[in-house]
Design a binder for this molecule. Structure first.
Ligand code: FES
Ligand SMILES: [Fe+2]
Length: 441
């Protein structure tokens, strides 16, 4: 087993380029990281009824998120136990059964093998159907509607894995008025392929605030929900006056959040629609009452849950996954979130804003992809890959936990990335769960 700790130097602040371009490193990621870590699969709102399914991915592999006849949610590997054909080739839908297109073995929604053509004649009592059902994940968690799963039965519970990052993920998943959960995915998710290593996405969203300069053009154009009122920028200024905090969680997650001043009041952030403005004003007041003056000060911004799930907590509110496709290619999936019981006009307004901002045609997202594409290509050469990347920013500016127990910074920092790559090296080197979730030794 390789020891990857030599490729990540958190003392000097360097990371080897090999981990972004090498086929061998990539193979070890699939073997030791994606086969063990908790991964985001989808949202329960995508499969509300029995028989609903959504074809998702875990690492490189296709999986089926589905709801069985009794309403229980499952995650199965999308491969027939006979000769491996995908039992489902549709992105999403509703079905009573998964019938394999190759020889028609048929699986129930709970994964059981229930149909084998000519079974009596050809298998002569040899085939034990109970051994040949669909392969199910070792553990699954439904956290406020977000479905996470792992192939590792010895992995800690999802909540242990999440650790203190939980309170920040809550800001994404809870209703805008502070009720727990209650979000839904706007139907139809965006998927696109980017010629870049998947870790560029994770790293960018754990708090690379330094790259704001590359969004200069979209900020000049102005695409925020206040744009028609003449405001520039890609988000509203509802959060001006906040304190920025970067959290480097020991589990490998990294989050850039924001906390409002003690005295805070509603700032109009959706002036382009009176209905939406009224909705968010109401939510703000309700949230303050429900969560209390302290907790309601946290308004969230961006973050990455180890290893490849990121989020925008507010504008544009979404969860997204950087699926590995090879050392130098990833497939991005964006799931846009709204409050399930928000008025239709609010959902529609947000959908338009989300599309302006994010996805393959979103003006902000395009800037990011441009950087990652060229960075990957320019790092892959025989000579280029000999030289490490620099992660020395704010190397000594991290303080012990003040808001929680995770180390934090109140200035722009690469600490979250250093922390992420150190944890990444632990996984890819095959370290056990005590090392991965306990104190790094
Ligand atoms: S591969 Fe599925 S039935 Fe043969
Ligand atoms: Fe960006």
């Amino acid at each position: 087993m390789s020891d990857y700790s030599t490729m990540v130097d958190t003392v000097d602040g360097t990371v080897s380029r090999q981990i972004f371009v090498s086929e061998n490193v990539y193979r070890d990621e699939l073997e030791h990281l994606f086969s063990r870590a908790w991964l985001f699969v989808g949202h329960e709102s995508q499969i509300p009824k029995p028989g609903d399914f959504f074809q998702s991915r875990m690492g490189e592999e296709s999986v089926l998120l589905c709801r069985d006849r009794t309403g229980i949610i499952h995650v199965f590997l999308n491969t027939c136990r006979h000769r491996g054909m995908k039992v489902c080739r549709y992105d999403e839908g509703n079905t009573p059964l998964f019938t394999c297109p190759y020889h028609a073995w048929t699986f129930a929604l709970d994964g059981k093998l229930v149909g084998v053509p000519m079974a009596d004649k050809l298998y002569d009592g040899v085939l034990d159907r109970s051994r040949w059902g669909l392969i199910e994940v070792a553990q699954m968690a439904n956290y406020k509607g977000a479905i996470f799963a792992t192939w590792d039965s010895s992995a800690p519970s999802f909540e242990t894995y999440l650790g203190e990052a939980r309170s920040q993920l809550d800001i994404v998943l809870d209703c805008r008025d502070g009720r727990p959960g209650g979000s839904e995915v706007l139907s139809g998710i965006q998927k696109w392929v980017v010629p870049s290593n998947w870790k560029f996405g994770t790293e960018n969203f754990m708090g690379d605030t330094y790259h704001n300069v590359s969004h200069r053009s979209v900020d000049l154009v102005g695409i925020s929900p206040n744009a028609r009122s003449g405001m520039k920028g890609r988000r509203s200024d509802e959060i001006s006056g906040t304190e920025h905090v970067w959290f480097a969680y020991p589990e490998g997650h990294g989050i850039h959040s924001m906390v409002l001043p003690e005295e805070n009041w509603y700032v109009e952030a959706f002036r382009d629609s009176p209905v939406v403005e009224e909705y968010f004003r109401h939510c703000y007041e309700e949230r303050k009452k429900r969560l209390g003056p302290e907790r309601s000060r946290w308004v969230g911004l961006v973050g990455s849950i180890f290893p490849n799930t990121s989020f925008h907590a507010r504008q544009p509110r979404s969860l997204f996954v950087w699926h590995p496709h090879g050392p130098q290619t990833m497939e991005v999936w964006r799931f846009y979130l709204v409050d399930a019981d928000a008025p239709a006009e609010v959902k529609d307004f947000l959908r338009h804003y989300y599309m302006r901002y994010s996805g393959p045609a979103g003006m902000t997202e395009q800037d990011d992809m441009e950087n990652w594409n060229y960075a990957t290509a320019a790092s892959a050469g025989t000579i280029a890959r000999r030289y490490p990347y620099n992660y020395q920013q704010s190397l000594h500016a991290t303080r012990p936990g003040h808001f929680g127990s995770a180390p934090e910074s109140t200035q722009i920092t690469e600490q979250n990335s250093r922390n992420f790559y150190a944890r990444w090296a632990d996984y890819v080197s095959g370290r056990d769960w005590d090392a991965l979730i306990g104190v790094r030794g």
